[in-house]
Ligand binder design. Structure first.
Ligand code: SAM
Length: 243
């Protein structure tokens, strides 16, 4: 582990290049989170990226690119679907402590890890729940309750929008973090977005300083209620995406 390589000051500078202002304490929390992830990853397979500095760039800075697209309103409710080891939701919570964040994932060990980070950093206003999107989105406590619903690296967009849009309240937004091919994914998902009560707002290109690959945020507005039959039962959105 190369934990000495990036200091809180170094992380502050890297965030600044993304136009993200962090306090020294927030940078310290993110670095502590990275240490815990690198340590847990030696015993539990949480992420393929294991080197401390790569965790900072590829997980933390990438997650923080979502900040530009979030409403400024204090107390915005944000759900991260398929959060895995907490990206982007837990990193966003550290950078925007006013957010009310819920993390869900279908893999129990990943949620146990997120809960450990939440406890270790003493974070409040963030819940980690084990469960599948298809099931949780049919519960009244979660359905159409969130101002922003985000996901990174969970599914192709036609499937992903069936996971995300049922959770967003009308007037809210879904933000899908994507690599290249965002335009064609958005085209493929056009019918699904319409059937689920959404409307494509925009695609924002994202560049992470020092990384060559192109990334994008696909931002979909929730314009009308999602019909009750969506999401379909577990597995259906992935096995037969809406067309
Ligand atoms: N978002 C994290 C990231 O970018 O590092 C994790 C990405 S990981 C490749 C995909 C995660 O989505 C896995 O942890 C998996 O358990 C979760 N997942 C996939 N389908 C899901 C579903 N239908 N409901 C809940 N979680 C799901």
């Amino acid at each position: 582990m190369d934990s000495a390589a990036i200091s809180p000051d170094g992380l502050l500078e890297m965030a600044q290049m993304l136009n993200v202002s962090l306090t020294f304490a927030q940078a310290g929390q993110l670095l502590r989170y990275a240490d815990i992830l690198v340590d847990w990853n030696t015993r539990v397979n949480l992420t393929a990226i294991t080197e401390h500095n790569a965790v900072i760039s590829l997980h933390f800075l990438d997650s923080l690119t979502v900040l530009r697209a979030l409403p400024e309103q204090t107390g915005t409710t944000l759900l991260d679907v398929g959060a895995g080891a907490g990206f982007p939701g837990l990193a966003l919570k550290i950078a925007r402590p006013d957010l009310q964040v819920t993390l869900i994932d279908g893999t129990a060990k990943k949620i146990a890890f997120c809960q450990h980070v939440i406890d270790s950093l003493g974070l409040s206003g963030v819940n980690a729940l084990h469960g599948r999107a298809e099931e949780l989105a049919q519960h009244a406590t979660h359905r159409e309750r969130y101002g922003v619903v985000v996901a990174r690296a969970v599914a192709a967009l036609p499937t992903l929008v069936e996971y995300l849009l049922p959770f967003a309240r009308v007037g809210g937004q879904c933000i899908s973090m994507k690599a290249s091919a965002a335009e064609s994914e958005a085209r493929d998902a056009a019918v699904a977005i319409r059937k689920l009560g959404g409307s494509l707002n925009r695609i924002e290109s994202v560049v992470i300083p020092g990384l060559p690959d192109k990334r994008a945020l696909i931002i979909v507005d929730k314009t009308s209620p999602t019909p009750a039959r969506y999401p379909r039962s577990a597995g259906a959105p992935r096995n037969s995406p809406l067309r």
